[in-house]
Ligand binder design. Structure first.
Ligand code: SF4
Ligand code: FES
Length: 246
């Protein structure tokens, strides 16, 4: 395959960026999207040019590091898939592909396609944890949790913190991310001690970071590589209202 790429290049956080054109030649349909970019970068390095900066780590859909907007869609055209798990067979020979970084005030561009997502870390630091001293490890069945609740909590825990939900939202809202973390803990007995405090602290931190609010667009759910449902946002809102009423 031969592909025409339009890639966002930006030398630093305060520099002006622009789309630059590249050609990716000899691309195998079995390559992942990031492998295709690796090949483009090898060509750039061989010709003495600056490689395109982009984030990745596990390349297995686990770590949440990869963060590319492909043809206007965070993580690209494959539903329920991170961009590291997207394969070139999803594109046509000769196609033009536009590649941009996440766009949100709270995720400033560091270089090219790499953005700073430490705002998510600070939201987790504000309340996305349990700090109860539980002593030594207990037997797994010492606190019984029903299977439907355990499954719901596990589904929420599948969030990998990639930030695609923010990138897709016209309000740059972090609600899907926060609601996944809050649901995971609110559903389980272990998360009850700090339940009220957690939701208020995390939402306050998200506001301070510059994330917007939710207007039920559903774009976040559509691009989430882990299929986190927006019903979690309704749960987070209920948690928040209860916390304020207490
Ligand atoms: S909710 Fe989905 S899109 Fe948002 S950070 Fe978690 S995994 Fe990524
Ligand atoms: S590189 Fe880890 S999820 Fe894509």
């Amino acid at each position: 395959m031969r592909l025409n790429l339009k890639i966002w290049r930006q030398t630093g956080p305060t520099a002006a960026g622009k789309l630059e054109s590249y050609v990716a030649d000899h691309v195998s349909p079995d390559m992942s999207f990031l492998e295709m970019l690796d090949v483009v970068n090898e060509g750039l390095v061989k010709s003495g040019k600056d490689a395109i900066a982009f984030d990745s780590d596990c390349r297995e859909g686990i770590c949440g590091m990869c963060s590319l907007v492909v043809n206007g869609v965070p993580h690209g055209p494959d539903r329920g898939t991170t961009v590291c798990q997207l394969h070139m067979r999803k594109f046509r020979d000769g196609e033009t592909i536009t590649i941009e970084p996440w766009r949100a005030k709270a995720f400033p561009v560091i270089k090219d396609l790499v953005v700073d997502r430490s705002a998510f870390d600070r939201i987790i630091q504000a309340g996305g944890y349990t700090s109860v001293n539980v002593g030594g490890a207990r037997d797994a069945n010492a606190i019984l949790v029903g299977k439907p609740i355990a499954e719901q909590a596990m589904d929420s825990a599948a969030c990998i913190g990639c930030g695609a939900c923010v990138a897709a939202c016209k309000n740059a809202s972090a609600h899907l991310f926060m609601s996944a973390k809050i649901s995971q803990l609110a559903l389980l007995p272990q998360g009850q001690v700090e339940r009220r405090r957690r939701v208020v602290s995390m939402i306050r931190q998200a506001d301070a970071e510059g994330f917007g609010s939710c207007s039920n667009e559903g774009e976040c759910e559509a691009v989430c590589p882990k299929d986190i449902p927006i019903s979690n946002i309704a749960r987070m809102t209920r948690e928040y209202l209860r916390a304020l009423a207490d």
